[in-house]
Design a protein. Structure first.
Length: 322
């Protein structure tokens, strides 16, 4: 018990410090490269903070724990929107760029729709069970490649538009920015892993199902890097990193992590997870709609609070469902 508590404490310290280093390094690198903070948030930051989900899913897939693998991704995407954006907006309203509203968020919505088409064999084809096969995993990865191509084009456009921009004096040098990013990612991954390990141990002792563990304990645990990073970014007025981190992570989670997991080993999609897939679609759509309510293209404090309340109701339902 003492060792587990110690790991929890050290893990949280690593998360907080890692997030601070990652945001500082990422924003400096964006300025040095002449690209927007949004591009860095959608790529380097999103990739790095999604590392825990990647590690957990690869291990879960190879061990045959498919409910944990799929539940982790669906749960993480729900947590990312309702908790991470919700808490970040409560601390500081998040202004979302027009491109994010009309391009990146719809792309995240498309990811959920594509996953639904590939996984709902029981409903679409009338089969006895639903499985995300290796070939379907490759389809998801193909969509991920398209997303990377879009980000590459976005970065190139940013670079051309900012050729004459003046570099802020307080930004870190290339070397220090990259070092901060590496140290931040290491802190986030190690800290997240230690917290998740302890959380799974406690959850297993309580005798709850794998799907419930994946959707709650593992999903929240592996989303801690995103939470720490987005909250830190929001407090530093880096809204593009805060939002880009979440949207990028959600796209990465489905197209890259779930695609890679299915490629390594086919994933059985249990009927219980169909509801959670619907919730994932619903909260992503809700995020899009929320940006047109109140102040346009802004997630206000009251909306952030609403996001958090919705997540509390969702978790209560999961516990009731067992």
């Amino acid at each position: 018990m003492f060792v587990t508590s110690a790991l929890f404490g050290i893990g949280f310290v690593l998360l907080i410090k890692g997030a601070d280093y990652l945001v500082s390094g990422a924003s400096s690198l964006a300025a040095r490269l002449g690209v927007s903070a949004l591009v860095i948030g959608l790529t380097i930051v999103a990739f790095g903070t999604s590392a825990p989900e990647l590690i957990v899913n690869i291990l879960a897939s190879l061990n045959g724990n498919t409910d944990i693998a799929i539940g982790n991704i669906l749960g993480s995407n729900i947590v990312n929107i309702l908790i991470i954006l919700g808490v970040s907006a409560i601390l500081c309203p998040l202004t979302v760029g027009r491109g994010t509203v009309w391009k990146e968020i719809p792309f995240a919505l498309l990811a959920v729709v594509v996953l639904g088409f590939l996984s709902l064999d029981i409903i679409i084809d009338g089969t006895v069970s639903s499985v995300i096969t290796r070939s379907e995993g490759l389809v998801l990865i193909s969509f991920f490649v398209i997303f990377l191509y879009y980000i590459f084009g976005l970065a190139r456009a940013d670079a051309q538009a900012s050729e004459e921009s003046v570099l802020p004096e307080e930004k870190l040098s290339y070397g220090r920015a990259i070092l901060f990013i590496i140290l931040g990612l290491v802190g986030l991954v190690v800290g997240g892993k230690w917290i998740v390990d302890g959380a799974i141990m406690f959850a297993t002792m309580l005798g709850v199902s794998e799907a419930l563990i994946g959707l709650t304990v593992v999903a929240i645990g592996t989303s801690l890097p995103e939470l720490a990073t987005s909250v830190t970014a929001a407090l530093k007025k880096e809204s593009d990193i805060a939002v880009g981190n979440v949207i990028g992570s959600n796209i990465f989670n489905i197209f890259w992590i779930l695609g890679l997991s299915a490629t390594l080993a086919p994933l059985s999609f249990s009927s219980a997870l169909i509801f959670d897939l619907g919730v994932t679609f619903g909260v992503t759509l809700f995020l899009f709609i929320a940006l047109f309510v109140g102040r346009r293209y802004t997630i206000e404090r009251w909306q952030g609070a609403l996001f958090v309340v919705l997540y509390v109701f969702y978790v209560a339902y999961l516990i009731w469902r067992g």
